[in-house]
Ligand binder design. Structure first.
Ligand code: ADP
Length: 144
């Protein structure tokens, strides 16, 4: 039932990750699932595309990917899941699109996400979580 678990992670929000840890661990144990962790690097803020920042000041794409990968490693270390059951993905783009794309690609049996940042109390679901819930073709576990 839960052979392939997708866990999208916003590496800038450690609190959100803490919330999903027990849920992912419990699900992963049921069938010795493969757990895919994904972090997505959003596109550059629009002021850079307006020419309001010099591209020379921006870090290289490879450095950003490398740094995000390290942050994702720190996050993954919070989960007690056997190393050989873990897959790591770092991609570039709109988080919601990348989450849905990867879910299809790996044929995810379930996606586990946190509902939204704890500081954002006005919405029941964050913008990425909302789109994932609405468009995913597999079950989605929203942790709140
Ligand atoms: P908020 O708008 O409050 O930040 P989001 O919908 O963006 O809420 O975040 C909810 C969940 O969406 C996160 O817990 C995470 O699972 C996923 N998510 C958000 N941003 C990213 C990202 N950059 N990479 C991977 N997953 C993300």
């Amino acid at each position: 039932m839960y052979r392939t678990i997708l866990v999208p992670v916003d590496v800038t929000e450690p609190e959100l990750t803490e919330m999903v840890v027990p849920h992912v661990e419990t699900l992963a144990k049921l069938e010795d699932a493969r757990v895919h962790f994904l972090t997505v690097i959003p596109p550059l803020p629009y002021y850079t595309t307006l020419g309001l920042a010099y591209s020379a000041e921006l870090p290289e794409k490879e450095d950003i990917i490398g740094e995000s990968g390290k942050k994702l490693d720190d996050v993954i270390a919070r989960f007690s899941i056997p190393e050989d059951r873990i897959e790591k993905h770092v991609t570039w783009g709109a988080p919601k699109d990348q989450i849905l794309n990867l879910a299809k690609e790996i044929d995810a049996s379930v996606i586990v996400i946190a509902s939204h940042k704890p500081s954002v109390t006005t919405y029941l679901l964050g913008s990425n979580a909302a789109v994932v819930v609405r468009h995913a073709t597999c079950p989605v576990l929203v942790v709140r």
